[in-house]
Design a protein around this ligand. Structure first.
Ligand code: GLU
Length: 304
């Protein structure tokens, strides 16, 4: 994937990643994202990493991280380097928060949920009344009203800042680091050049690009693929009880994921995961993936 705005990336060694949150086992939706990032990395002779985004212990399901890692292995998706866990990265996130704070780019905010605006923005001018802010407080990044952030998503086209980017959270009141902060710090730390993930994360990306700019990091190339939805139009997700993948049916699962991504169908004589993956790498093309936000699962896929 490349265009003029990301041409400098083509000079860097390709590094991609799959970064699941351990909130449940791997399901077809997450396999699709993992497979797409894996195939794109392999096709570009790149490195593919797996990171466990275990940033939010209350949302974590015990055993989910190891179950996801096991499923990836069983589906032939092998990471090239050790797994990074966000739960072990607190000091890096803290250092970044201190850096932003020392430059006057953040402010404390003690607004309750009810006090925040409809988009979760601080409307009580906490930034101007820092001495009056009660602890514990959240930390927000200042985003000046006229800020312009633009980037081009390979599939979804030109994107710009959404209104809820105003003063977004980088550290939560309950002491947890915000996803936006952690993802940016870790993608930079891991030297990620290409991010392929579900379109449900498209609207978080301008915030990440803004943080990258404030921190002097380069912006990776982004490609947000459609998410799979059920017959009710809901995203196939752990929250919507998407069924866990059966590792014993890895070959069928890979075929379903490739079909969803509109890739060349592997011949039926290819029966094992390794052969399927090798075929899929050889025939991989992001251009075949529809540039839409979601696609409804076929009844077959819902039964996997
Ligand atoms: N951990 C996030 C999730 O599972 C994805 C992070 C990312 O790909 O940037 O939704």
């Amino acid at each position: 994937m490349s265009d003029s705005s990301t041409s400098f990336l083509s000079k860097l060694p390709y590094r991609g990643r799959f970064a699941p949150s351990p909130t449940g086992p791997l399901h077809l939706g997450s396999l699709i994202a993992a497979l797409a990032s894996y195939l794109d990395a392999r096709k570009n002779s790149g490195t593919w990493l797996v990171r466990i985004d275990d940033l939010d212990p209350p949302r974590e399901v015990p055993g989910a991280a190891s179950s996801i890692l096991e499923s990836l292995q069983r589906h032939g998706l092998h990471a090239d380097e050790d797994i990074l866990r966000q739960s072990e990265r607190g000091s890096a996130y803290n250092k970044t928060l201190e850096q932003l704070h020392s430059r006057g780019e953040t402010f404390l905010c003690d607004c309750t949920r009810a006090m925040l605006g409809p988009l979760g923005t601080c409307q009580q001018s906490c930034a101007e009344h820092q001495h009056a802010v009660a602890r514990p407080a959240a930390t927000r990044i200042k985003v000046p009203a006229n800020t312009k952030v633009e980037f081009r998503d390979q599939l979804q086209g030109q994107q710009t800042l959404s209104p809820d980017t105003n003063n977004f959270l980088v550290h939560r009141k309950d002491g947890l680091y915000a996803y936006q902060l952690a993802v940016v710090v870790d993608d930079a730390y891991q030297g990620i050049t290409h991010i392929i993930r579900g379109s449900d994360l498209l609207d978080t990306t301008p915030k990440q690009v803004y943080l990258q700019q404030r921190l002097g990091y380069s912006t990776p190339a982004y490609c947000h693929i459609p998410v799979i939805s059920n017959a009710q139009g809901q995203k196939f997700s752990k929250q919507n009880h998407a069924p866990a993948l059966d590792n014993k049916k890895a070959a069928a699962n890979l075929r379903a994921a490739l079909e969803f991504l509109m890739q060349t169908r592997p011949p039926s004589k290819l029966a094992n995961t390794e052969e399927l993956i090798n075929f899929a790498i050889a025939h991989w093309s992001t251009e075949l993936i529809p540039g839409v936000m979601s696609i409804q699962a076929t009844p077959d896929a819902e039964r996997l």
